[in-house]
Design a protein around this ligand. Structure first.
Ligand SMILES: NC(=O)c1ccc[n+]([C@@H]2O[C@H](COP(=O)([O-])OP(=O)(O)OC[C@H]3O[C@@H](n4cnc5c(N)ncnc54)[C@H](OP(=O)(O)O)[C@@H]3O)[C@@H](O)[C@H]2O)c1
Length: 305
């Protein structure tokens, strides 16, 4: 099968190559999925799990990409809950070969059914950004209607999901980002927008919840805006500062079939809009990941156009 492989951590996306790899075998509780579309997060090549297994041993050449939408073509021993021919989407294990390939072996529990009216490109764009937003707001942030939320990077892949879900659940949403992203963030549902390069974040006053995907100085300054009893949720590692009288939580997204169902249902009924930037074929994937243009939304690889 054709796949994108990486062997050289120092090379970054420039080291990605389109190669031939053996077809995937389904282990216990796995399914093999014929990948129709794959999602890739720009920071993946900096994650340790891309390069080593759980014992720290070199696992290169590795196939990146951890989001997929496709069709089940094989079931491993003892696998239940999915069937051959079923359309699925989901989030794959960080430490296993991923989805920038014609086939992927995935634990069945990491997948959910993809409805017929949601195309594969959209399906592959949802798992990481949708689940991360859902878990950060609902599970770790314990969002309540009427609360004030800062959605950093509100025009990006995760931030646009945070903005829409927080708004749907009755929050007052303050989006942030670059000056050029104001319109897009407001279109996704932010009530107001802070251009972090030219405006003062502190002017927004106190909030109940900060969803931080930037970190560093922005993360530190955000912690000071959390009101007593509020929460700073970070998806970029432990915060360097904690709210004076609130919680600081950092987490890495996990697959969850019920939550994937909630997300795709919202896409079907129009409550949630995905944020896809570039769509490229597997043949053009390396060039797409190495583009010098500013990324707008998620890059999706249409593996079977
Ligand atoms: N822990 C987890 O489970 C998890 C899950 C998903 C993602 N993540 C992490 O979350 C981060 C965001 O992911 P994403 O896919 O949403 O990325 P993305 O699509 O690139 O969105 C990030 C947005 O934030 C903006 N931004 C970043 N730094 C900024 C700054 N200093 N000032 C103003 N705007 C800024 C970016 O603008 P520019 O492009 O102009 O910088 C972009 O619009 C990544 O680091 C990713 O690894 C973590």
């Amino acid at each position: 099968m054709r796949a994108i492989a990486v062997t050289d951590q120092a090379a970054g996306t420039a080291g990605m190559k389109l190669v031939e790899r053996p077809e995937r075998q389904a282990a216990i509780n796995d399914v093999v999925v014929q990948v129709h579309a794959s999602g890739f997060v720009g920071t993946e090549l900096t994650w340790p799990s891309t390069w080593t297994d759980r014992l720290g041993r070199d696992r290169t050449p590795a196939i990146p990409g951890h989001e997929l939408a496709g069709v089940v073509t094989g079931l491993g021993y003892g696998t239940t809950g999915l069937s051959v021919g079923q359309r699925v989407f989901g989030l794959t294990d960080w430490y296993r070969d991923g989805t920038l390939a014609e086939y992927a072996a995935v634990e069945a529990r990491n997948l959910a059914p993809l409805p017929d009216d949601v195309d594969f490109t959209v399906g592959a764009s949802l798992p990481i950004s949708g689940l991360t937003a859902w878990q950060g707001l609902m599970v770790y942030g314990r969002l309540q209607a009427g609360q004030r939320v800062i959605a950093h990077g509100a025009a990006g892949a995760v931030g646009s999901m945070v903005t829409q879900l927080a708004r749907e659940f009755g929050a007052y949403v303050i989006g942030t980002g670059r000056a050029a992203d104001r319109r897009k963030a407001l279109d996704f549902g932010a009530h107001e927008f802070v251009d972090l390069d030219n405006e003062t974040l502190e002017d927004v006053g106190q909030v109940d919840l900060v969803f931080d995907l930037i970190g560093g100085d922005i993360g530190k300054r955000s912690a000071r805006l959390v009101r007593p009893g509020g929460t700073l949720v970070s998806i970029v590692g432990p915060s360097q500062a904690r709210p004076a009288d609130g919680l600081a939580v950092d987490f890495v997204v996990e697959s969850d079939r019920a939550q994937l169902g909630e997300i795709v249902q919202r896409v079907q009924d129009g409550r949630l809009r995905t944020n896809i930037g570039t769509v490229a074929t597997l043949h053009d994937a390396v060039a797409a990941f190495n583009s010098t243009e500013r990324r707008q939304g998620k890059t999706i690889i249409s593996v079977r156009p």
